[in-house]
Design a protein around this ligand. Sequence first.
Ligand SMILES: [Ca+2]
Ligand SMILES: [Ca+2]
Length: 356
Amino acid sequence: MKSKRLLTPVAAWLSLLLGAVAFPTAASVITNNPPPAAAVNARMLRYPDVSATQIAFVYAGDIWLAPKTGGTAQRLSSPRGEEMFPRFSPDGSQIAFSGNYDGNLDVYVISAGGGLPRRVTHHGAPDRILGWYPDGTNLLYATSMTSQKDRFNQLYKVPSTGGLPVQLPVPYGEFGAISPDGRILAYTPISVDFRTWKRYRGGMNPDIWFFNLEKGTARNITHDDANDSMPMWHSHTLYFLSDRDENKRDNIWAYDLRKEKFRQVTFFTEFDVHFPSVGPTDLVFENGGHLYLLDLITEKYQEVEINRGARRDFYFARRARHRAQSHARIRRGAPLSGLVAGRQMDRLLQRSERRI
Ligand SMILES: [Ca+2]
Ligand SMILES: [Ca+2]
């Protein structure tokens, strides 16, 4: 009995000791030995757009810029709020985006070269940027500010320099784009683009409509029970996203406006194409977390390689963010001053790069 009573406290003490030793050891493995850069999953590159020379995309809630040909990405925005849907102006000099800085989404415009963004919308409802008018001076966005219900959006036009928004004369709108001559709005009244549904065929799938802004007439273009969304104008072609192929996988499709015929452009079978956007000579989209660039002349596409240096930046960005923000002393209620943190963070990232 004596030995049994002795063994029990000794065993308990040993297990406590081992536990105390084991925890810091495990923690040190996690904090001091990050996985090699090649193993870091930096594929979450979302909501891209392309100009004549650059690709803008969102990673970890910030907007990044990379050369159109691939290479090292540079971070354009640093506030803690999430930015979405960067959209280049037609000349590529400015980027409109939606940012959530004080509890709801608003539209901002920032120079593609960096600096302070300019706030464009101010309503308490979420305002999701869709793109620029071809004139380069107005923006198209979707908002529920006058929907009287938050279950659907309507389309609005607003000057990129700010001002009173004007509602477009269609009852609902989720995604849309203005034709190069400014006469036709291509749009979807509803959307499943933020859903996780696969191979869905039902009443929530949108069709793409053409609304003639001069005549006030509307025409259903796609007439299909598949998802037809994200209309993008280029010359005499309307590109769009659709899961109308035999695999019911979202791919890029094209509608020839002169021949009035559809053709499939991309043929992904494993993952859906997400959130494509068109630029002057290319179309960019995300598939499986990677970015792809599609040449609008040849309609051939290839992955855009964001190089290892940038991927390392992404990894260290997670840890450097908090240190940089504390250096910058961002005041509550003034999150845009976080752009100052961007410069601090860049310096920390450079130091991190030198260490590895
Ligand atoms: Ca952000
Ligand atoms: Ca808003």
